[in-house]
Design a protein around this ligand. Structure first.
Ligand SMILES: Nc1ncnc2c1ncn2[C@@H]1O[C@H](COP(=O)(O)OP(=O)(O)OP(=O)(O)O)[C@@H](O)[C@H]1O
Ligand SMILES: [Mg+2]
Length: 276
């Protein structure tokens, strides 16, 4: 299943930036969600500033995808409120859908088509002018120009992922959600995706990404939040998170705590809570 939704079919009319232009790109307050007995989200609060990269970090099953689904209107929360690009995810869901793109963990590209054809197809669905020009520009941005006319079936995992992200940018959504953008990629391919995401934010797009890779968040997120047992237990810049630990020890060389150290210090090691 792909998480990318055909939201682009709804048309191009992103409402004029009035209220939408002010305030954070994403505002989440008191979000709760249970699947039957399982209380996955128990009051999640956070904000994401416009044009920034926000990493939502958490272990398997922490509820990261659940948050992303609620923010992209695929799932209703039991309680709490969320706004994306100024629109309420429940009462103004259409506005939210026109403001976002969502890229799930598995690349949603069509292997029989070429990379360029995939992009042209999406641009046509959006009824954009000059689909070919848009495709070429995105291929260039994601370093896929040379591979553009090859069938996607021949692409490496990293190339597919980059194309997937490129496809989510057709139509220039102001907010993009990347659910585990580099899951399963090798280090080289991950670095390529990171570069692409950095460029996105430099262009003013707001990026919310989820990841289990701590180094990924450490690489480029402006803010990092850790979701644990249904709540955001830490939210700050990397520097702020590192301050949660005692000062670095000086032995022969100064050893800075990694984000991984911070993560395990605040979350505890897996299974620790169950041992009481
Ligand atoms: N539709 C559903 N019905 C029942 N339980 C669900 C459903 N979707 C998710 N869950 C459960 O809710 C919890 C949170 O799931 P979610 O997919 O949000 O976690 P995640 O942080 O994205 O995990 P991962 O890192 O593995 O992707 C998990 O325990 C999962 O099994
Ligand atoms: Mg997930």
């Amino acid at each position: 299943m792909t998480l990318r939704q055909p939201f682009m079919l709804a048309g191009m009319s992103i409402p004029p930036a009035t209220d939408q232009a002010q305030g954070p790109a994403i505002h989440v307050q008191g979000l709760e969600k249970a699947y039957k007995e399982l209380r996955v989200l128990r009051g999640v609060d956070f904000e994401v500033a416009r044009g920034s990269i926000f990493a939502l970090l958490g272990s398997n099953g922490a509820g990261k995808t659940t948050v992303v689904k609620i923010l992209s209107t695929l799932l209703k929360a039991d309680a709490g409120a969320a706004r994306v690009n100024g629109f309420d995810v429940v009462t103004e869901a259409a506005g939210v859908r026109e403001s976002i793109s969502l890229t799930g963990q598995f690349a949603a590209v069509d292997g029989i088509l070429s990379g360029r054809e995939n992009l042209v197809l999406i641009a046509r669905l959006w009824h954009l002018k000059d689909p070919g020009g848009i495709a070429d520009e995105l291929l260039r941005r994601f370093a896929l120009t040379e591979a553009g006319n090859r069938k996607v079936a021949t692409y490496s995992g990293g190339m597919r992922r980059r194309l997937d992200i490129a496809m989510s940018l057709v139509g220039n959504p102001p907010v993009i959600f990347l659910d585990e953008p580099t899951a399963g990629l090798d280090p080289q391919a991950r670095a390529e995706v990171w570069q692409a995401v950095k460029e996105l934010a430099q262009g003013g797009t707001t990026v919310l990404l989820t990841t289990q890779y701590l180094d990924e968040a450490e690489q480029f997120a402006d803010r990092i939040a850790i979701l644990h047992e249904g709540r955001i237990i830490v939210n700050g810049t990397l520097a702020e998170l590192k301050q949660l630990l005692p000062p670095a020890k000086v032995e022969y060389v100064e050893k800075q705590p990694s984000l991984e150290d911070v993560f395990f210090a605040v979350v505890g090691h897996a299974g620790e809570d169950d041992k009481e």
